[in-house]
Design a protein around this ligand. Structure first.
Ligand code: NOJ
Ligand code: MG
Length: 579
């Protein structure tokens, strides 16, 4: 047996948990997961739409970032009502993105760079153009049972109405009537995304097959989409009627919007967790085969108590990475240092002690990090994401400080925007601004595409804010990001302990230490200057040496400061090493 095979075997035999954390880290525990939204990353064939060969052509860039894993938003066959989250064939590549051969090439080339590929698993729904739904419409019973149907009700005027008040995430009723069937089907997202019925064992088997199919193509795991919507309440418990959801306390008074209701019957149902634990068993089959652990990441916006349930319960394992969205949902540019500390401590406090934290500040559904926090905080937030204990997650462009693009009403394509039917207020819900094309260079279309028109407009300002120019300058967000990533590989950041302080309302700081090595990271959330005393941290005294600073800092690498009085300028962030 080759020496490299012994380690995974040992891990399997010991369950991996008896070794001290610092001896062995699995690949996913020390990586950065870099999210690629394929439609917007790089267009290789000039149709204005990003594609797989485009990603392959940029693997070198990703490698130089120091990233070990890329997660691709859906690349499967889709009519694109929800830009790939409406899948018509779970086993095929979407033609605008390339072919299965292109995909295999991407995986192989990525592996040559030491980059693992993670795909999006979208288990909650299919597309209404899927063979499954089409067969259901034709009366094929097997596929009829793949979906959630209901007769609806007849109102006092004799008109047919949806079964209850449930709402779609993208406005309006979550039920759609189909003449062919004479019933309503449930769609928690767009009309073109019928919900799958997880009370049907055939659906459960089918999704496990989907997982196996892609793992057999060499991928390293999945991000699991909208997983807390998987189950709806069992209507048999309510006399065969799906009950109305109560109106949410503190709703914004808009009865069409999803947040108008408290989703007690359509979200976070108990059965969901056990389904996810079964998926963990499936990925473990593959690990048992070749020793390589696969990664599962769950996308759930819910209470922290519900989010951490995805880790598993006791001996039963779930996902290794329930996304921690606290730095998206709980804080923004108006937050104080105390708010940041509380948001960070939250996940650390609730996660099981032997599991890893993870840090997410953006994705394709949220306004970009640089827009939410302000461009002055880009490096500071990246310091938090990459230097806190746990897994760092970067949404493409965060390393450059890319901001939301302006997308006019005419150019808006996201159903979350279009369904408002409101040329003024669509901006509040449209996700297009966070999906504008990646800014590679100052060339036409920011070097994203040679097309005359790209699927979404490129954000203005790309002539100066782009990967090429940041790569060519000595001081840039990109250079800071790369330096952070280098530092992250040291023992202090891989294995070291962690403690945080709000030094005052504005300055958040944390200490990482391993044996006698100590670092302090400081982020000033405000424009106000301060002088801070770092000896509030235990074992921090004497001098500290500047290791990394944000781009607007007036400090020089290697410069020394007394621990008792470190000057911090407006929005300054820095990594300091105790000398
Ligand atoms: C979450 C995805 O991130 C989002 O883009 C999508 O619209 C919904 N789930 C539905 O799949
Ligand atoms: Mg293309």
């Amino acid at each position: 047996m080759k020496a490299t095979c012994i380690l995974p075997l040992l891990l399997l035999l010991t369950g991996g948990s008896t070794k001290p954390k610092e001896d062995i880290l699995e690949w996913w525990e020390e990586t950065i997961v870099y999210q690629i939204y394929p439609r917007s990353f790089k267009d290789s064939d000039g149709d204005g739409i990003g594609d797989l060969n485009g990603i392959t052509s940029k693997l070198n860039y990703i490698h130089e970032l120091g990233v070990g894993a890329i997660w691709l938003s859906p690349i499967f066959q889709s009519p694109m009502y929800d830009f790939g989250y409406d899948i018509s064939d779970f086993y095929a590549i979407h033609d605008e993105y390339g072919t299965m051969e292109d995909f295999v090439t991407l995986v192989n080339k990525a592996n040559e760079f030491g980059i693992k590929v993670i795909l999006d698993l979208v288990p909650n729904h299919t597309s209404n153009e899927s063979m499954w739904f089409q067969e259901a419409l034709k009366g094929n019973e097997k596929y009829y049972n793949y979906f959630v149907w209901d007769d609806g009700i007849i109102d006092e005027n004799g008109n047919r109405q949806p079964p209850n008040n449930w709402l779609s995430h993208f406005r309006g009723s979550a039920w759609e009537y189909r003449e062919e069937v004479g019933q309503y089907y449930l769609h928690q997202f767009v009309i073109g995304q019928p919900d799958l019925n997880y009370r049907n064992p055939d659906v459960v088997d089918e999704m496990k097959n989907v997982i196996r199919f892609w793992l057999n193509k060499g991928i390293a795991g999945f991000r699991i989409d909208a997983v807390n919507c998987l189950f709806e309440v069992d209507k048999q418990l309510f006399g065969g009627v799906y009950p109305d959801e109560p109106i949410a306390i503190g709703n914004d008074g808009d009865p069409g919007s999803h947040s108008y209701l408290d989703h007690i019957y359509t979200k976070d149902q108990n059965e969901t967790y056990y389904m996810v634990y079964q998926w963990r068993d499936v990925i473990e089959e593959f690990r048992a085969d070749d020793g390589m652990p696969r990664l599962l990441m769950s996308e759930v916006y819910a209470s922290i108590q519900d989010v951490v349930r995805y880790f598993g319960e006791g001996e039963i394992k779930g996902v290794q990475m329930p996304f921690n969205f606290d730095l998206i949902t709980d804080v923004d540019d108006s937050s104080s240092a105390n708010d940041i500390k509380r948001a960070i401590d939250k996940f650390m406090t609730y996660k099981p002690i032997d599991q890893n934290a993870n840090w997410v500040v953006g994705n394709h559904d949220q306004s970009r990090m640089a827009t939410r926090y302000g461009s002055s905080l880009v490096d500071g937030i990246n310091m938090i994401v990459l230097l806190l204990p746990g897994i760092g997650v970067t949404y493409m462009g965060e390393e450059l400080g890319m901001v939301d693009g302006y997308v006019s009403w005419e150019d808006t394509v996201d159903p979350a925007g279009c369904n408002t039917n409101d040329p003024i207020n669509y901006v509040k819900t449209s996700r297009d601004p966070a999906r504008t094309p990646f800014q590679w260079s100052a060339e036409k279309n920011a070097g994203f595409s040679t097309a005359d028109k790209t699927w979404l407009p490129v954000a203005t300002g790309y002539d100066t804010l782009n990967a090429e120019s940041q790569n060519n300058s000595r001081i840039s967000h990109l250079k800071v990001y790369q330096a952070l990533n280098e530092l992250r590989k040291s023992k202090v950041f891989r294995h070291g302990r962690y403690e945080s302080l709000a030094l005052n309302n504005d300055v958040f700081a944390f200490r990482r230490w391993y044996k006698s090595h100590i670092y302090v990271v400081i982020v000033n959330m405000r424009q106000t200057e301060h002088t801070v005393d770092l000896t509030y941290f235990e074992n921090v005294s004497g001098n500290l040496k500047v290791a990394i600073v944000n781009i607007q800092s007036d400090k020089v690498i290697g410069q020394k400061f007394k621990a008792t009085s470190v000057p911090v300028s407006a929005y300054e962030s820095m990594v300091l090493k105790v000398d």
